[in-house]
Design a protein around this ligand. Sequence first.
Ligand code: SF4
Length: 213
Amino acid sequence: MDEIKKWQNICKAKKIVETLNKKHFKASYADTLEDAKSALLSMITEGSSVAIGGSDTLNQMGIVDILRNGNYNFFDRYQKLPFNPDIVEIHRKSLTADYLITGTNAITKNGELVNTDCTGNRVAPMIFGPRNVIIVAGVNKIVDNIDSAFKRIRDIAPMNSKRIKHETPCVETGYCVDCDCKKRICNFTTIIHNGIKFEGRIKIIIIADEIGY
Ligand code: SF4
């Protein structure tokens, strides 16, 4: 990567870590995706129950294969069984996991986390349920304010819809048309303003790189 670009990413990452810690999250800095992966795994006690939220950043880390190694009670939303697993039941169990690992759609410069879900199985447990929430995000998730976060989410949603193969109009157009179809992925939006209620519960690893979308 371009050295100057990396320098700017490092500055952005360090600054947002400082802001997030002031907001009572437990934020930490990672230089690379690989460093973030090591930090993430060091936070999870073996034998504990783990759920994950859909995330391109986590996919790039290969986290699902690691969680399938038998050392964790993994609520595996991606498992392939001879019959279709009841995915909603896995999402319900995930609400009580020891750890939820997820990405985030946007982080404001003021330290708010903004997310939109199709089902709510990611945004609901980010707020309450799992004893620990570990969020991994690249600096590309940082936006100026909440309005910019909503705009970011609207801009990236068609890519997420294409990634998860939903038949939504934006998969054809490449941009949001505020659809009204059953497969719509933008149904629940949350803002987490701070981590003060359960201090230390939400841990955030900021990577000094652009990862995922
Ligand atoms: S509201 Fe509909 S069209 Fe817009 S991004 Fe979401 S799924 Fe796509």
